[in-house]
Design a protein around this ligand. Sequence first.
Ligand code: ATP
Length: 269
Amino acid sequence: MLGFRLGFLEIGWLDLLDMGLVALLIYQIYNLVRGSVASRVFIGYLLVYLAYLLVKALGLNLMTTILEYFISVGALALIIIFQQEIRRFLLYIGKSTNLTNSRWIRRWLLRQPLQADHQTTLKPILDTCKALSTEFSGGLLVLQKNDDLEKFIQSGEIINADLSKSLLLAIFSQYSPLHDGAVVISDGRIRSARCILPVSNDDELPPALGFRHRAALGMSEATDAAVIAISEESGRLALAINGELSTSLSLSELENRLDQYLREPRIGH
Ligand SMILES: Nc1ncnc2c1ncn2[C@@H]1O[C@H](COP(=O)(O)OP(=O)(O)OP(=O)(O)O)[C@@H](O)[C@H]1O
């Protein structure tokens, strides 16, 4: 199936499709590793591979054999070096294809109720953030969107109570035995407190941000939940969504972002 001829090369439409897909794959891998130390390893590996193709085309047999060995051993080394990125990639795929995340399937096949109106849910949350921020009390709140958070809920103390500002403030009070860790909120209810969240390994996070913020970011990398962190040190509000942490937000910025994010349907919903 001939598309067109480029010098001595015959390029078919399938070749074009193939090249397009490879370019897309490389671009996605680059996006995944961008900014991390792994990105330099990735570029290095790509350059070695290009050198291999070149020496092979030139017919330099000894060099080709050496680079061939290097590349095959390197593939194993890459799996070890890129374990974090591979994990993130697989989590991302799993996250986007998890059938139980579909609102339609949850509602009609699994007979689960749809989430409570998020506007009603947001009010006590934002009031709590305002109070914690003014009092310089630390806080970490996980707001479920679609992903199943049962594993994280079970890591803490189950509460399962109606959402209210006074209950949230009582949990995050420094005298409360439940103030450490995160509170998980879903479907208008406080599901559990003192929850342990996964911690992000992002090297680009400012050193001033400690484990509360790393946990917020880590949770947003692993799930589609929105995570609010209130700094005990500065009273500042931060929001982590889909692996992005926005810091020093005003209350209205926090409200707008949460409102927009929780309202927007996921692709395929
Ligand atoms: N993996 C985690 N899961 C849940 N909560 C965590 C986790 N790691 C830390 N925290 C919470 O963060 C608190 C420690 O915050 P730390 O001072 O290290 O963070 P920070 O980002 O500097 O925030 P702050 O500005 O409030 O000091 C812990 O007391 C705990 O409540």
